[in-house]
Design a protein around this ligand. Sequence first.
Ligand SMILES: [Zn+2]
Length: 388
Amino acid sequence: MRLLTLLMALSLLVGCVSPAPYGNTRSDSQSIARLYALLARGQFETVRKEVAELSAPDLPDDLRARLHLADARALAGLKHTGSAMLAFGRAQAAVAEPGSPLDRDILRFWGDAELAAGRVRPAARRYEEAFASAPDGSPEADELSLSVAVALDAAGSPMADSWRRRIRRPRSSKLRDLESRLVASAGSQPIGAPSTIARPTPVGSRSSPSANLLPGLRSRAQWGAAGIRGDYDTMAPIWRITVHHGATRFTSTSEAGAAAEMRNMQRFHQQDRRWADISYHFCIDPAGRIWEGRSLAYQGAHAGNPELNRGNIGVMLLGNFNEQALPAAQQQALAQTLSLLSSRYSVQRGHLYTHNEVKPGQTECPGRSLQTWMDRYRGGSLAMASRQ
Ligand SMILES: [Zn+2]
């Protein structure tokens, strides 16, 4: 630390004796590399201060653009969204050559900042603009197509699929990482969620789009979930919900018991069924606790095949409702879950299904008592419960 301070003092001294300290390309790239390192460490205030010190009227265009870019990223990191957007605009205006790699870098970080601020359509436009000048078929073009697709998914746009189809190397691990990062960023700011259901995000589930949707939701961290793995699809725009039962008798109202059951189920789905994760998005225990299953960022594996799972939220109630009656707490939690998810994703009442309705004649799921409850709920005779 002391060495760094000394180096900084020295570089300032050098700056004093040289009238144009940034005409030298090597020291320029060192300054920029240092700013990037500071950004990576989240030292946004320091970045802002150093950008101000480095800025001078006679800098070469691209260097000016890079400084504006660093400033914009720092502002975005500090959640000064409006100022960040202006700084991105200044960075782009300073670029010497439109369509250059630097121009694309700016657009990409700009898109990331829009996405993190919940402005998914502008984010898609930035990424799209960058894509336009990326070399055809390059890994960079793949990354940008994916970025457009994630932003359009978050906007509920059906165009997302056509962007996904442009990706030449869909299995690349770099793309998987990028996708997780972008999906988490898009999901941490639910768009247009009614304010009545907004809740402080529980610690440990910040990255999940499911976290803010349901009050009291038990996060994956709370039941000790293993990570998603292997092949999975990103969630398509949501338009339906399918209700299931667990098919094994389960009556315990203990929280630890339900958490253990979640882990059992995940182990079974990942190890025996070879699925990427627990198949359902939400599970409801007999005491009415709602547990986060697979993140809503990903398509489920509950309805029977990939086509049936597309845009389909899977909600499962622990228990076997061919044998058991449906406990009141579980009924209330289900009504609340269906009502909040339907309003968040504009799912019509006619698109609330039970498993045997999407796979007729092939399953007894969700059992008689839950099927009866669903019929009454959709028929409106449980309107009181749905308003809980
Ligand atoms: Zn089922």
